[in-house]
Design a binder for this molecule. Structure first.
Ligand SMILES: Nc1ncnc2c1ncn2[C@@H]1O[C@H](COP(=O)(O)OP(=O)(O)OP(=O)(O)O)[C@@H](O)[C@H]1O
Ligand SMILES: [Mg+2]
Length: 238
C-alpha cells in the first residue's frame, strides 16, 4: 500500500494565515481550514502562534468537548513556563501533510517567523481602507524577509466578512494595485459575513459544521488553496 511507505522524504506544506491588521478573521479561517483539511484526510497541525491572545488554543480546548473530527492544535506554553516552545513544536510537526500557522494581527517576531517559513501566505482581509492600507506593511515585511528566503512566498488575499453588493466590488477594485505585485493573487470567492462564524468559533467548531452557506464558502476557499498547492490526501492502493 502506498500509504505504508515512509513519509520521510516529505516535509509539511506550511500555510501562514497572517495579516498585520487585527481582527480580520485569521484565527477563524485558520481553525476552519484545519477542520476542513482533517475532514478530508490530511494529517494537519494547527499552530497557535499568537501567544498573547491564544484564540486558537481556546478554540481547541472548546473543541475537545465535541465529538467531531479531531483536530491537532499546538498551543503555546504559558509565558511563565520553562518549556521551549520551538522544541515542543519541532517534535509535533514531524512529517505531517500540512501545518497551518495562525499569527496575531500585528508586526511581531512571531509573525516574521511565520512568514519566514511559509510556503503560502493567506491574508484574510475585510473590505475597508484601513485593512487594505495594512497590506503595505505586510509587503514591506516580506521584502525584508527576502534575505532569509530563497524566494518570496505566494500571497493570496481573501475578502472576509464580505458584505453583499457594492462595497466588496469597490474593495476588489482597490486591491488591484496589490494583486499586481508578483506572486500576489486575490481569491475569486469571498467569505461572507455570517453569524455561523462567531457562533461556531465559541463552541470549538468550524462554521462548515454549523451551517450550509458557510460550508459552501469554505469549500470554495479550500478549492482555491488546493489549486495553489495545498496537499491533497494521499491515495491508497491495495
Ligand atoms: N466571515 C465571518 N462572518 C462573521 N463573523 C466573522 C467572520 N470571520 C470572522 N468573524 C468574527 O470576527 C471576529 C474576529 O475574528 P478572528 O478572531 O478570527 O480575527 P483575527 O484576525 O484572528 O484577530 P486577531 O488579529 O486579534 O488575531 C470574531 O468575532 C469572528 O467570529
Ligand atoms: Mg487571531
Amino acid at each position: 500500500m502506498l500509504a505504508d511507505l515512509p513519509k520521510a522524504a516529505r516535509s509539511p506544506y506550511v500555510v501562514a494565515v497572517a495579516a498585520t491588521k487585527g481582527g480580520t478573521g485569521k484565527t477563524s479561517i485558520a481553525t476552519a481550514l484545519a477542520v476542513e483539511s482533517a475532514r478530508r484526510g490530511l494529517d494537519v497541525l494547527l499552530v497557535d502562534a499568537d501567544a498573547r491572545q491564544r484564540s486558537a488554543a481556546l478554540w481547541a480546548a472548546a473543541r475537545e468537548a465535541s465529538p467531531r473530527v479531531p483536530c491537532k492544535v499546538f498551543t503555546p506554553p504559558p509565558p511563565e513556563s520553562s518549556t521551549n516552545p520551538l522544541l515542543a513544536l519541532r517534535d509535533l510537526i514531524g512529517e505531517r501533510d500540512l501545518v497551518l500557522l495562525d499569527a496575531g494581527g500585528a508586526d511581531s517576531r512571531a509573525l516574521r517567523a511565520v512568514l519566514a517559513v511559509a510556503d503560502l501566505v493567506l491574508v484574510p482581509l475585510r473590505a475597508g481602507a484601513f485593512e487594505l492600507w495594512s497590506l503595505d506593511d505586510l509587503a514591506g515585511i516580506l521584502d525584508a524577509l527576502a534575505v532569509v528566503r530563497d524566494a518570496p512566498p505566494p500571497v493570496v488575499l481573501v475578502l472576509n466578512q464580505a458584505p453583499a453588493g457594492k462595497l466588496a466590488d469597490e474593495a476588489r477594485a482597490l486591491l488591484a494595485t496589490y494583486v499586481a505585485r508578483p506572486g500576489w493573487t486575490l481569491a475569486e470567492p469571498v467569505v461572507r459575513a455570517r453569524v455561523a462564524w462567531p457562533r461556531a468559533g465559541g463552541s470549538g467548531l468550524s462554521p462548515a459544521e454549523f451551517d450550509a452557506p458557510a460550508r459552501a464558502d469554505i469549500d470554495r476557499l479550500y478549492d482555491v488553496l488546493t489549486r495553489l498547492g495545498l496537499p491533497e490526501p494521499q491515495e491508497t492502493f491495495e
